[in-house]
Design a protein around this ligand. Structure first.
Ligand code: DX5
Ligand code: ZN
Length: 219
């Protein structure tokens, strides 16, 4: 599977969001990662469908919306309408995980399950046929710029094995603390979509950074 780089706009300059999105697209980004936080599931509040709608007007890249919110079902239609093409919900936030995933797919988007660092991979066992991607958090969600948690590497490897056994094409995304130092470990463990916020937007030359990340990831 091709390695995809998905810059998270959480670390972008919001006074110039359109320019920032266009800049990472020009710089070679594959997806745009949009972190939605509600102040309940995670201890921070970010943005909702209107930012997805604005982003949709600035880029043709897939918009990958990471919902760090409780009871996501009520908001999923608004995110699809706004232009989200890939949507992940947290297993910890969904009492009816299967229903949430089916809802995303029924609206024509690709469905993903996100797992916090402390959540075991077993929750995937009975929904593996209902996902297009799995998101392994390698920091506790809520903020950009945190340190990668290495204990998650074993979980990435176990999930990749599980995907291979399923015989399906399911992407394995990793999010949190991804930079030139950590990216190779996660691709070695089996990840193919790498979210990077501060590692991209914290640098001066997005093109050079994305190219470096891609090179190290595929070494
Ligand atoms: C964390 C978010 C991440 C975050 C990553 O809650 O889900 O997507 O933006 O930021 P970095 O790459 O700086 O760890
Ligand atoms: Zn994220």
């Amino acid at each position: 599977m091709k390695t995809l780089i998905a810059p998270s706009i959480l670390s972008a300059d919001f006074t110039r969001l359109g320019d920032e999105i266009r800049a990472v697209e020009t710089a070679g980004a594959d997806w745009i990662h949009v972190d939605v936080m509600d102040g309940r599931f995670v201890p921070n509040i970010s943005y909702g469908p209107i930012i997805v709608e604005a982003a949709r007007k600035c880029t043709t890249l897939p918009l990958d919306v990471h919902l760090m919110i409780v009871e996501p079902d009520s908001m999923i239609p608004a995110f699809v309408k706004a232009g989200a093409s890939w949507i992940s919900v947290h297993a910890e936030a969904c009492p009816h995980l299967h229903r949430s995933l089916q809802l995303i797919r029924s609206l024509g988007a690709k469905a993903g399950v996100a797992l916090n660092p402390g959540t075991p991979p077993d929750v995937l066992d009975y929904v593996i046929d209902d996902v297009d991607f799995i998101l392994v958090m390698t920091v506790n969600p809520g903020f950009g710029g945190q340190q990668f948690i290495p204990q998650c590497l074993d979980k990435i490897a176990r999930i990749r094995e599980r995907i291979v056994r399923s015989g399906r094409t399911i992407h394995l995304q990793v999010d949190g603390g991804i930079n030139q130092k950590t990216i190779r470990q996660v691709t070695m463990a089996g990840a193919d979509i790498l979210v990077a916020g501060s590692a991209v937007f914290g640098t001066g030359d997005y093109g050079r950074t994305i190219q470096q990340l891609r090179n190290v990831a595929q070494q």
